[in-house]
Design a protein around this ligand. Structure first.
Ligand SMILES: *Cc1c(COP(=O)(O)O)cnc(C)c1O
Length: 434
């Protein structure tokens, strides 16, 4: 197999290292955990991206989720120039913000009102503030392996003791900031009950990814999510679904529609911006009316509800709304990949596992089951790195880390999927020979 030429990317990376920490604006882009330097992208079209050296790849990063319709979808981009020409930001209300909010509310069974922000991080951070203001309590519960952005209170892992006080996962996060963050085990209701027995009356909120998408893909069990719903009702705590990945991906109504469970608040991001910087949080009217200027909880944003971002997001959600068969088709594509990779795993007799939930997929380099963070930590990340590099050589761009989802789009057709499965066989073979 011929090595690809990455000379322009290497040059840009060298330059980037001088001016940007690690040469990248978000850590996972550094390709560190797969032992490479990043490729620099020139452009994307449909299921593919082209790098600055002219190499083409079938893309399974897809901007980490927003691009459900693939790169530069022409229907999506229609009208964007007219919108730009009308002005890029006003800081005064625009009609498209109202249309966007209405569409999100209509789509999401549990959301009566919604506030736009600029990222998923802002959405979760703000939702927690509102939940704390609403309940007049301080403690929050999160789950190990769930990612909710990089705000201080959420950058925690479980401590070494049996219970559950978080310790910061990053320098710069004061212990005081996370002292009210309790960390439980995903899919383990007992760990949640224990915490509620002790602190129930102090717990403002439980925040959870209904399908874990940041430790590979680990679906929440229905009994677990139902258990969270019941216990938060019992103790008067706010249940927050972080649907930044799952929202508008699993179904038009997100995970809450698929599971038939209604949280009190929901966070969105990624797909609702179609590649522009957008997040949103919403929920029951009574809770959302805590937000300034109706209520006392302060939350604001100079660029929140930005007209370009709203235009793209609204367009994206409208296309999904008018073509709900998209969700079946996406799932069919995911099933096809799952089946192909499973056949490869069987032929090779190796310890690897595909986990799929709807159109969310992950290939773990270990034998399952995978129900929580500890389970996924069994994976052989060195083998994943070899696999990643072999796939890249063959023109397939996967997430440059084991513990990420494989992001599919509507633009990934049979041809790309069949080629992916063929390459998967070759790359797995090499990874497991070494
Ligand atoms: C990506 C992600 C976030 C953070 O969103 P940003 O836009 O990167 O700040 C929060 N929650 C989940 C579940 C995510 O996947």
């Amino acid at each position: 197999m011929k090595e690809l030429n990455h000379s322009k990317s290497e040059e840009l990376f060298k330059e980037a290292l001088k001016y940007i920490p690690g040469g990248v604006n978000s850590p996972v882009r550094a390709f560190k955990s797969v032992g490479l330097n990043p490729i620099f992208v020139d452009s994307g079209k449909g299921p593919k991206v082209k790098d600055v050296d002219g190499n083409e790849y079938i893309d399974y990063i897809c901007s980490w989720g927003p691009l459900l319709l693939g790169h530069s979808n022409s229907e999506l981009l229609e009208g964007i120039l007219d919108t730009i020409n009308k002005g890029t930001s006003f800081g005064i209300p625009t009609e498209i913000e109202v249309k966007m909010a209405k569409l999100i509310v209509e789509a999401s069974p549990s959301v009566d009102m919604v506030r736009m922000v600029n990222s998923g991080t802002e959405a979760t951070m703000s939702a927690l503030r509102v939940a704390r203001g609403y309940t007049n309590r301080n403690k929050i519960v999160k789950f190990e392996g769930c990612y909710h952005g990089h705000s201080d209170a959420l950058l925690v892992k479980s401590g070494s003791g049996t219970i559950t006080f978080g310790v910061p996962t990053s320098p710069g996060v004061p212990e005081d900031t996370v002292k009210d963050t309790l960390v439980c085990t995903y899919n383990d209701m007992d760990s949640v009950k224990e915490v509620f027995q002790k602190y129930g009356k102090e717990i403002a909120a439980v925040i959870v990814e209904p399908v874990g998408g940041n430790m590979g893909v680990v679906p929440g069990k229905k009994e677990f999510l139902k258990g969270l719903r019941d216990i938060t009702i019992k103790y008067g705590s706010v249940l927050i679904f972080d649907e930044v990945i799952t929202g508008f991906r699993l179904a038009f109504g997100g995970a809450q529609e698929v599971y038939g469970i209604q949280p009190d608040m929901t966070c969105f991001g990624k797909i609702i911006g179609a590649g522009l910087p957008v997040g949103a949080y919403g929920g029951k009217r009574e809770i959302m009316e805590m937000v300034s200027p109706v209520g006392p909880v302060y939350q604001a944003g100079t660029l929140s509800g930005n007209p370009l971002a709203m235009h793209m997001g609204y367009k994206n959600l409208s296309i999904l709304k008018n073509n709900k068969n998209i969700y079946d088709e996406l799932e069919k594509k995911a099933i096809k990949i799952e089946k192909g990779i499973n056949e490869n795993i069987e032929k090779l007799g190796i310890n690897a596992t595909v986990v799929r939930f709807k159109a969310m997929l992950c290939l773990f380099f270990a034998k399952g089951p995978f129900e929580n963070f500890k389970d996924v930590m069994k994976c052989d990340t060195e083998k994943y790195a070899i696999y990643f590099r072999e796939m890249l050589k063959r023109g397939i761009l996967l997430a440059p880390a084991q513990f990420e989802a494989m992001f599919l789009s509507m633009a990934h057709g049979d041809e790309e999927i069949e080629y992916t499965i063929k390459c998967n066989y070759e790359a797995l073979k090499i990874a497991f020979e070494k």
